[in-house]
Design a protein around this ligand. Sequence first.
Ligand SMILES: C[S@@+](CC[C@H](N)C(=O)[O-])C[C@H]1O[C@@H](n2cnc3c(N)ncnc32)[C@H](O)[C@@H]1O
Length: 159
Amino acid sequence: MNITIVSVGKLKEKYLKLGIEEYVKRLGGYAKIDLVEVPDEKAPEQLSEADMEIVKRKEGERILAKINEGTYVIALALDGKMKTSEEMAADLESLMTYGKSKVAFVIGGSLGLHADVLKRADEKLCFGKMTLPHQLMKLVLVEQIYRSFRIIKGEPYHK
Ligand SMILES: C[S@@+](CC[C@H](N)C(=O)[O-])C[C@H]1O[C@@H](n2cnc3c(N)ncnc32)[C@H](O)[C@@H]1O
């Protein structure tokens, strides 16, 4: 499976970089993982609704430019569907079974994802009701993708 994770903004914190690199390395035996970062749009604290829409739209256009046709898109969103790790593994396995071997996970910037990205998405996935910073979200996501492959392969993984 070819997995792309498209996220907004550059990952700066070393501890997150190291954690993500570790899981990407572990995933190497199961899937090809590409991490794509698109530039974030500068967004001052006080923005009108119209300005927020502009920021999200610009970031959204950059995200969509990185997604090829035929790719199955999973947008990470707070109003998405919550799954257990076993359900996520089963869903990834059925995507592979039905020939959907290119999957892109998309993580929004500080204002979230634009409606156009959500429209392009085949599903929306939620990791719980709490908002995580997008860079930490990326670490949690790669760990869960790794866990999914361990579950798919029936390999031991601490609970
Ligand atoms: C800081 S959050 C943005 C919060 C923004 N207010 C919103 O409603 O989307 C940045 C991104 O991280 C992802 N994210 C953060 N927490 C999440 C969660 N619990 N479940 C799924 N995605 C999450 C989403 O992709 C979100 O767009």
